[in-house]
Design a protein around this ligand. Structure first.
Ligand code: ADE
Ligand code: ZN
Length: 330
């Protein structure tokens, strides 16, 4: 069974590019850029050191600070997509954060062209298709969000397929970000937003009531509200599920309490994702394997998860249908 799951074509809809940088690559890039990384970024095992959501976000910012050039973005994109392809991920949409690039003095154009080169090189070498979702950072506020979305709208690129937001769910309200998301949607960009990861079901209600979104990042806290589950199903809102991240961040205490099987039983559209792989010691392949092992999700259902994910992706119709066919052929 494990062998069959390894071979199954997989889709990633929820990863943060800066959060995919492995410790070894962060060290390499920081050395060539002569940037010193924070002393307490690593633990004795050489893994990223963090203990809760706040310290995770600090570590994430600290890793991102090693980036200085478009080439750095090319390399982190290429390495991430290479790892994905080795697990038969055939399509990966990754969140990118122009705020983190700006903090390092990298222009939007340099960041996007570096990432696009990484996507092209990875597709050439491994056949994987990569796409970009531009994100703003919630705790930096709606005004900064407006700057990010305006920059995206003014600088279209064929690989930029959507808009989203991560960051601290406790900062501001989602309604505060309605003008930001409306600007993206009005310009034709489909949207997703992190909600219901740390905050309760009301945050998912806010997301679907106030923002023009078709997907929710995590949304796992919806499990506590039966009416919300019906609403997600009826409105075909897709949940980007990241079980390894949820367990690492203690959103749930163990596999038995993870709501993925209930979402599937309710017919809600879901995908399986890595979020920030080296921080949470995970990968898309591991998420599929662990869901089978610990939550008894069958290979047939995992295949339907790949199909649901591709259907919910922000890829153009031709890319979508050709990759859906690849999954169906399995
Ligand atoms: N940024 C990177 N990872 C995140 C997560 N899991 N939740 C919110 N923002 C993030
Ligand atoms: Zn995330």
């Amino acid at each position: 069974m494990q062998n069959r799951i390894n071979k199954l074509p997989k889709i990633e809809l929820h990863s943060h590019l800066e959060g995919t940088i492995k410790p070894k690559l962060a060290l390499q890039i920081s050395m060539r850029n002569a940037v010193s990384l924070s002393n307490n970024l690593f633990n004795d095992n050489g893994d990223y050191a963090w203990s809760d959501f706040a310290s995770f976000l600090t570590a994430y910012d600290s890793v991102s600070s090693c980036l200085r050039l478009g080439k750095d973005y090319r390399d982190i994109t290429y390495e991430y997509l290479k790892d994905c392809a080795s697990e038969n991920v055939i399509y990966a949409e990754t969140f990118i954060s122009p705020d983190h690039a700006a903090e390092c003095g990298i222009s939007y154009d340099d960041m996007i062209s570096g990432i696009a080169k990484g996507i092209d090189d990875a597709e050439h070498d491994f056949g994987i298709v990569g796409r970009i979702i531009v994100t703003c950072v919630r705790h930096l506020g709606p005004q900064q969000g407006l700057n990010v979305v305006q920059t995206m709208v003014d600088n279209p690129h064929p690989y930029i397929v959507g808009f989203g937001m991560g960051g601290d769910e406790n900062a501001f309200t989602l309604n505060d970000f309605a003008p930001v998301f409306n600007k993206a949607a009005d310009a034709g960009y489909p949207c997703t937003v992190h909600a219901g990861e740390l905050c309760g079901p009301e945050s998912v209600w806010d997301a679907i009531n106030f923002l023009p979104i078709s997907r929710v990042g995590h949304g796992v806290k919806s499990i506590h509200d039966e009416k919300l589950l019906d609403e997600l199903f009826n409105r075909n809102i897709h949940l980007e599920i990241c079980p390894g991240s949820n367990l690492a961040l203690s959103v749930f205490t163990d596999w038995n309490s993870h709501p993925l099987p209930t979402f599937i039983a309710k017919g809600i559209s879901v995908s399986l994702n890595s979020d920030d792989p080296p921080f949470f010691h995970t990968s898309v392949g591991l998420e599929y394997l662990n869901s089978a092992k610990h939550m008894h999700i069958s290979t047939k259902t995992l295949k339907s998860i790949s199909l649901m994910a591709m259907e919910a992706s922000f890829a153009d119709p031709e890319t979508k249908s050709s990759l859906m066919n690849k999954i169906k052929e399995f």
